[in-house]
Design a binder for this molecule. Structure first.
Ligand SMILES: C[S@@+](CC[C@H](N)C(=O)[O-])C[C@H]1O[C@@H](n2cnc3c(N)ncnc32)[C@H](O)[C@@H]1O
Length: 240
């Protein structure tokens, strides 16, 4: 079973609309690449971010999960959606902007995998193109593991999410959804999704040879540290 196979059906109901990130992406594009015509999203999931970017851009999304892509097709019919792995894709074309948000990069569970993503981004970006991405920090993953499991009622169902982070690198998100099918019966769906935590200095060092750092923030305008909830990056492909 691949990740998100069962969670896909509940993903949009459990997660808030990604308005904040969409606005940040649009602001970065208008600041650094106002003439952008094309955007590729890595790990586009159910297409919530692509759908929010508007119809003025040519939109492409890539994701490993057939189930997530099925929702994205309904939500964002004007985007081109491709089933593929962000560590090894080759589309034979370049984009003005590539985005990878809401922890998608953390889902790649080796740092060599992150380096492959950065290489693929560079290969698929036009000269001066932007790469906009966020990561869950090591501090955030540790904090989530110290918290009591998150219990969330939605649409008559119940989600229980328990995060562990035993070795300080791979955090495991144990997700149980109790789907209430009648007053006295439910179906239990269970998924375990791993996320890799990487110190931000390592991320910056890996980007430095090929990208100029335009912005690094804690996603709410402050300085990003390994203790911030997330870190948001806007980087620009250097000339060859
Ligand atoms: C947390 S969701 C984020 C979805 C979307 N970016 C959003 O903001 O709503 C992570 C997504 O990354 C996808 N994903 C994880 N690893 C991947 C990989 N190696 N290649 C492609 N997609 C991947 C998952 O299938 C999932 O849809």
């Amino acid at each position: 079973m691949t990740s998100y196979e069962t969670f896909a059906r509940f993903y949009d109901a459990v997660n808030e609309e990604p308005r904040e990130r969409i606005l940040q992406i649009l602001k970065a594009i208008s600041t650094y690449r106002p003439d952008a015509g094309s955007v590729l999203e890595l790990g586009c999931g159910t297409g919530a971010v692509l759908a929010g970017l508007g119809s003025g851009l040519s939109l492409t999304g890539i994701d490993l999960s057939k189930e997530m892509l099925a929702y994205a097709r309904r939500r964002c019919p004007h985007a081109r959606l491709i089933e593929g792995d962000i560590t090894s894709f080759s589309l034979g074309e370049k984009f003005d902007v590539i985005v990878c948000v809401y922890d998608t990069l953390n889902h790649v569970t080796t740092f060599d995998g992150w380096l492959s993503v950065f290489d693929n981004v560079r290969a698929h970006l036009n000269k001066g193109g932007l790469f906009i991405f966020d990561v869950n920090t090591v501090g955030r993953l540790r904090e989530l593991a110290e918290m009591v499991p998150w219990v969330h009622d939605f649409d008559g169902h119940t989600l229980i999410m328990d995060v562990s982070f035993d070795d300080g690198q791979i955090s495991m998100w144990d997700i149980r959804i109790f789907e209430h099918v009648s007053d006295d019966d439910f179906i239990l769906h269970h998924e375990r999704i791993p996320e890799l935590g990487v110190p931000l200095s390592r991320v910056r060092d890996a980007l430095a040879p090929y990208f100029d750092l335009l912005e690094e923030s804690d996603t709410v305008g402050g300085v990003a540290t390994d203790e911030s909830p997330r870190a948001l990056y806007v980087v620009q492909r250097k000339s060859d």
